[in-house]
Write a protein that binds this ligand. Sequence first.
Ligand SMILES: [Zn+2]
Length: 741
Amino acid sequence: MERVTELTDLVDRVDFGGDYSQSDLVDALNKIGIGPGDVVYTVVNLPALGNAKDCSTEDDTYRCLLGALQETVGESGTILVPTYTFSFCRREIFDVQSTPSINGPWSPSTGFLEYVRQQPDAIRSVDPIHSVAGIGPRAAEILTNLPATCFGEDSVPDRLRRIGAKICTIGLGLHESNFQHHVEEVLGVPFRFKKLFTGQIRNHGVTEKKGWIYNVGILAKNGRLDEHRLEKGAREAGLCLAAPVGRGELLGIDSRKLFDFTSQALTRDPWITAEGPAGDPVELERLRVAAPRHEVDLPPNSSTLELIQAIWKLPRDIVSEGYDAALAALGTQVPMKVHEYPTGTECWSWIIPEKWTCHEAYLESLDGRRLFSYADNPLHVVSYSLPFEGEVSRAELFEHLHVHHKIPDAVPFIFKYYERDWGLCCSKDLRDTLNDERYKVVIRSDFSFGTLKVGEIVAPGKTDECIVLCAHLCHPAMVNDDLAGVVVGIKVMQSLLSRSDLHYTYRFIILPETIGSVAYLSQNEQLIQKMKGGLFLEMLGLDNPHALQRSFAGNTEVDLCLSLALKERDPLGWTGAYRTIIGNDERQFNGPGVRVPMLSLSRVLPPADADWPYREYHSSHDAPEMTSLKSLDDSIQMVLHMVDTIEKNTVPVNRFKGEVFCSRFGMSFEEASNPEAYRALFYVMDLIDGTHSVAQIASKCGISFETTLSIVSELQARGLVEQIFVDKKPGARGTSSWTTS
Ligand SMILES: [Zn+2]
C-alpha cells in the first residue's frame, strides 16, 4: 500500500508540475494593474489555471497563490476573499470564527478561501450571508463595524470602492466578484429587491439576534445574472485588464472604474446585468408562481351582509392574491385609489415583504389519512409559512403545530412574517388525537416579488385638512378582526360621498396591518401635516358596547369630539387612554415623527376581562355566525355621528361683553324640557370667548355636545355669537392649542 501511495504522489507531482509558477502569477497580477500597497478583493477558481509548479498538495497551491498575491502588494497591501456562508438564508447560526465558507460558482476554490480565513492574522466580517476574510493593514478598516447590509451603503463593496480597491478574478468571469450587486442596489434595478433575513450571529462565543438586508434577485429566470455583457464592455473599454496564467487567465479592474462603468451601463439599460428579457417583475413573478386567482362577485351597493359573505373567507395575507381580490371587490363599492408599494421598498425603518402564496398544505398520517387541509380553511397554515415537505416525528410536528389557547375546537390565526419558519395550525381537540409516532407534512408555499396594496377612498370637503379613517384587511378567513372595521368604513364613506356639505375631507384607508400604515405614511409624508386626526375601526360586529381608545396626546379636539359623540349614542360605551384598550394601525399614526391623533373604535371587552379582547379573537370561530349586523349598523351610525360632531365643532365668538342680559333677548330654557341647558346656560355663556370650541365648552361644563351647540345656536340666532370653524395651528397638532379661521 505504501508503495502505491508513493507512486500516486509521484504521479500527482508530475501532473501538478507544469502549468504556472508563483512568479507567473506575480507577473500576471502586475499586468492586470495590481501593485504594492493595493487592496485586492479576489475570487478564485484555481483548477481553471491548470497545475501549479512544485505544488504537490492543495495547501502548496494555496500557499503559492497567497504568496504571489502578498509578494505583489507587499507588506502595505491587503488581500480579501469571499468566505460566504449564506447562514441566515439557510436558517443557521453564523459563527464568525468557525462557520466554514461554502462552495459556489462565485469562488469555487473553497479550500483557498478557508486557507486565507484560517491564517493567524486574518480578519473576517460578521456578515451572516456574504462574509469576507482579509489579511493586511487595511483589513480591519474594511471588515469591521459594518452596517447590517450585504451590498448596501457602507457595505464591504461600498468600502472597497471608496478606498479604490482592485477587483481580481482568477480563472473566473468578472461577474463572479458580485460587485455589480452593490451597484444594482445603489441604482435600484427592477429585478432585485431588499429582503430581510433574521437569525443569530455568534462572535467570540457571544450570540446576538440580528436582522440583515440582502438585495436578492427575483426568482423568475429573467432576473438571473448575466455572465458576459458587463465584462465584455469593460474589456472593450480597456478598463478590465486580462493576463493569461497557465491554462486560464486573471482579470483585474479598479473598483471605482467598475462602479462607474456599471452605473452608466445600468442607467442605459437597467437589465444589462440580468439575463432578461426586461419585463414587469410583478408579472414575471406572477407567471413563475402561478398563484390561484380569486373571483369575488359583488353587486353595486352591496349590504354589509353581502360584503362579509363575499370577502370573509378569502386568504387575505398581507401581500397576497387573496388580499388583492378582497381590495378589488371593495373597490367596486366606492371610488377607490389603490396605492402599490413593491416588495423590498424601504418605508422608514420597515421593508415591504414578499408576496406569499400557499398552493396547498395538509397534514397526513403515514397511511394517507388527511387530518386537515389548507383547502378547508386558510387558517390551517401559518401565514407566511416557509414551504416544507416531509415526514416528521410527533415531537417535531408539535414544535410547528399551533392551537388556540382559549377555544379547544377552534383553529388559531398565527403569522410569522419576519421570523421565518414553517408551521401548521389546528384545533386543540384535533391535536389531542395525534398519537402516531410519525406524520407527513406538506406545505407548498411560494415567496415572490409583488406589491403591497393600500386602498384609499376620499370624500372631499371644503378644506383639504382631513380626518383619516383606517381599517386593516389582512386577517384571513375571519370577520371581526378585521373585515368588520373595513365594512363599517365602506358604509360610512358611501354616506359621506353622498354629501356636499362637508367641511373637512375624509380619507378612508384600507391596508395590511402595521406595514400598510408605515408604507402609506412614509410614502405620503406631505399628507401628514393635513391630517387633523383619525379613527381606527375594528371588531365592530361584536355584541359588546363601543370602546373608544384616545390618541397619544389624548386631549385633542378630535379626542374631545369623539368622546362626546360616544357618550351621546352609546350610554354603555367607554373610553380609555392610548395603548390601554387594543393596539392596531393607530400606533403608526400616533408614533414619533408622525403624531396624528388617531383614536380607535372597537367593541372589545375591557382589558381586565379574561377573554380580552374577545373569546373568538384570532380564531376560526370569528366567523359570520358570531357577527351582529345590528352592531355593525349601530357602529356605522356611531361613526357618522362622530363625523357630525367634528363637523359641527365650531368656535363660538362672543359679540357681547360681560354677562348677557338674558331677559332682554328672551334667552332661557325650560327646566322640564331641557334640564341640561337650563342648568348650564350661564356656564356655557361664560366660556364663549373665541378661544373655546363647542366640544371644549361641553367637556368643561360636563354636558352634552348637542346641548352646548343648541345654546350656541340660540345665541347666534339673536346675533350675540358668531360661529367659526376650528383649524389647527401649523405644528400644533397633538396639543389643545389651535386658532380660528
Ligand atoms: Zn388581529
